[in-house]
Write a protein of this length. Structure first.
Length: 202
């Protein structure tokens, strides 16, 4: 796709990060689509949306996440603050965030480092990413808002789709391996690789 700064290429250069191929899950998060409002600056709503995604996708310790947005300044800031453990990407223009994530899907399909990828978006454009990943024999799950999932993506990913639940309450259980940090349940625990990505990605 012309850009060579894929997430794991950068992560592999971080001191102390093993470059040995490993199987794990990568979450490709289209923040604007998942929120349903590309201009939202409500911290509580943004944190809740990411929390619900992690619940629906069974986010576990060791999973990696890349979240993409456009370049709406305050919105971008609130998105990045809401999930500090993710690697955040920004691209302006029509479908900019989508294309950024498709770049990462292309890399994931060829890297051999992931056995599962979660596409957190309902946009039709992600059919392309879904097919690339499945062709590489990677399990793919689509997580989306019910009202924003395109019919075409639903048809292509049929049987591999989960919808965002209502906000988890104290009676609902988080997936095995996911534990909210004290005072802020937006950060995955024990995930140093994503922290390395944050340090290296402008």
């Amino acid at each position: 796709m012309g850009r060579s700064n894929t997430l794991t290429a950068e992560a592999s250069e971080v001191e102390g990060v093993s470059t040995t191929p490993a199987t794990r899950t990568l979450h490709l998060v289209d923040a604007d689509n998942l929120l349903g409002d590309p201009s939202s600056i409500d911290p509580a709503e943004i944190r809740s949306t990411f929390r619900r995604h992690r619940f629906a996708s069974q986010f576990a310790e060791g999973d990696l996440a890349a979240a993409a947005t456009g370049r709406n300044g305050r919105h971008v800031l609130e998105v990045e603050l809401a999930w500090p453990g993710a690697c955040h990407r920004r691209r302006s223009g029509a479908d900019g965030a989508d294309l950024e994530l498709i770049d990462q899907a292309e890399w994931a399909a060829s890297s051999g480092r992931f056995d599962r990828v979660v596409i957190a978006s309902g946009d039709r454009i992600f059919i392309r990413a879904f097919e690339l990943l499945r062709a590489a024999e990677i399990d793919v799950l689509v997580v989306a808002r019910a009202r924003s999932l395109s019919a075409a993506l639903l048809a292509r990913a049929f049987g591999n789709v989960r919808y965002l639940p209502s906000s988890p309450n104290k009676h609902e259980r988080y997936p095995v391996g996911y534990r909210p940090s004290s005072g802020d349940d937006s950060r995955p625990m024990g995930n140093n690789v994503t922290a390395g990505w944050d340090q290296r990605v402008a």
